[in-house]
Design a protein around this ligand. Structure first.
Ligand code: AMP
Length: 419
């Protein structure tokens, strides 16, 4: 017979009333597919390999069982029971915030320490003084803190690797090996990645014990997203006018544009604003409040264009985003997959447009190779590139013939995304 508390779909997964309440206060009514699949297995103590994209709800899929295990097996005061390794500062902050929010109703308080590189180490050492039950960290900085005796890992019972593919792309393989060698061999490990190239699979094989594989599409009940990819050849200096032209011609209602630097994010946003488009920058120098505001405005439609750096956009969920533009190409093929995966959700066709310049052509070819998919180069009338060192292009007639229909396709796809 079911207990009354089991009326919530989260309770039916085996979660305690305190966690069910916190999830519901965060607006989680029903579990996402990855949560339904992973939570009961994680609560049983199984190792898990989860194939999950950003936006699938994977954070709560590991945070909820992590907190339940911690609450059940309370370690000695402030010993580190759970370790979550993430590739970036932004993701560390988001994951830390989610775990704290889901822990609010537990009988005993949980201290969650968040540590990442790129900032002064001293405040983080202070934060770890006295210990923390949960540590969310980027590998390099954590190793540094271990070497300074600021944190001990010998009581870690639960290891989570979040965005394992990105951890390897960021060059953390060696730090991961050194850190995991410090953990007790008898532990539970939860491993999440959006992609599984051989290096990621190898990492999983080395860390997990008899894992269950959990694989789910990004959105509840939906097929994996359909994403239409385009590569537009353009001169470096023409990218902003071209972006503006495409947004206006394509009548794109909401666009996430990736740029390489904070400066570019501000600079391009400024130019678009001056051209009358509701645009905003989104990067790591903005306060959390400012970032939240930008996202809310993009979601509500008050903003049409957001110019984001990879770092800032990590882990963001923007429901129903019709178009993603790579103004600057991403550094790695995995980043490309992550970036374009932000569109094409909830059954709608998404549009991913990459600007390819003479200088970035070779890099884009590498991305295509790693994806195992070629994206035909296109040109937009009035923005044909003339930069030196442009690689050989198809014959004139071919370009012209293709150009018109592709442009129409862009427009149609954007309109479909809007629907
Ligand atoms: P993630 O994939 O963990 O980055 O989560 C993506 C977004 O989905 C975040 O904004 C979460 O707060 C939200 N989310 C996670 N689980 C649920 C759920 N069960 N119901 C509604 N939203 C959720």
């Amino acid at each position: 017979m079911k207990l009354p508390a089991a009326s919530s779909p989260f309770a039916e997964l085996g979660l305690s009333a305190a966690l069910v309440r916190a999830a519901s206060q965060r607006g989680y009514v029903a579990p996402t597919p990855i949560q339904s699949a992973a939570i009961p297995l994680a609560l049983e103590g199984r190792d898990i390999v989860g194939c999950a994209q950003t936006g699938s709800g994977k954070t709560a899929a590991f945070a909820l069982p992590l907190l339940q295990a911690l609450d059940t097996w309370r370690p000695a005061w402030r010993r580190t029971y759970a370790l979550v390794l993430v590739p970036t500062r932004e993701l560390a902050a988001q994951v830390g915030e989610t775990i704290r929010a889901l822990a609010v109703h537990l009988a005993d308080p949980v201290k969650v320490a968040v540590v990442f590189g790129g900032v002064s180490v001293n405040p983080q050492m202070m934060g770890l003084r006295g210990g923390a039950e949960v540590v969310v960290a980027t590998p390099g900085r954590l190793l540094d803190l271990v070497e300074r005796n600021a944190v001990k890992l010998d009581d870690v019972n639960l290891l989570v690797l979040d965005e394992a593919d990105r951890l390897l792309d960021e060059g953390f393989a060696e730090e991961l090996a050194r850190l995991t060698a410090l953990l007790p061999p008898r532990r539970q490990s939860l491993f999440f990645s959006a992609t599984f190239p051989p290096a990621v699979q190898q990492l999983a094989d080395g860390l997990l014990h008899d894992p269950v594989r959990v694989e789910m599409p990004a959105t509840p009940g939906d097929e994996p997203p359909a994403i239409e990819q385009h590569a537009v050849e353009v001169d470096t200096a023409q990218r902003t006018p071209l972006l503006r032209h495409m947004i206006e011609q394509g009548q794109w209602p909401r666009v996430l544009v990736f740029v390489a630097t904070r400066y570019a994010s501000e600079h391009v946003a400024d130019k678009l604003r001056r051209a009358g488009l509701a645009a905003a920058a989104f990067h790591g120098d903005l306060s959390q409040g400012a970032r939240t505001r930008v996202l809310a405005e993009l979601n509500s439609g008050a903003l049409r264009v957001v110019l984001a750096t990879d770092m800032a956009a990590r882990g963001l969920h923007i429901p129903g985003l019709p178009v993603v533009v790579n103004y600057d190409l991403p550094r790695s093929p995995t980043d490309y997959t992550h970036r374009i995966g932000r569109t094409g959700r909830a059954g709608a066709t998404g549009l991913a447009v990459s600007f390819v310049t003479a200088a970035s052509e070779a890099h884009f070819r590498l991305i295509e190779k790693r994806q195992g998919q070629r994206v035909p180069r296109e040109r937009v009338a009035g923005f044909e590139p003339g930069e030196a060192a442009l690689p050989a292009s198809p014959p004139e007639g071919g370009i012209k013939g293709r150009r018109k229909s592709k442009k129409d396709k862009l427009r149609e796809a954007a309109a479909a995304g809007k629907a």
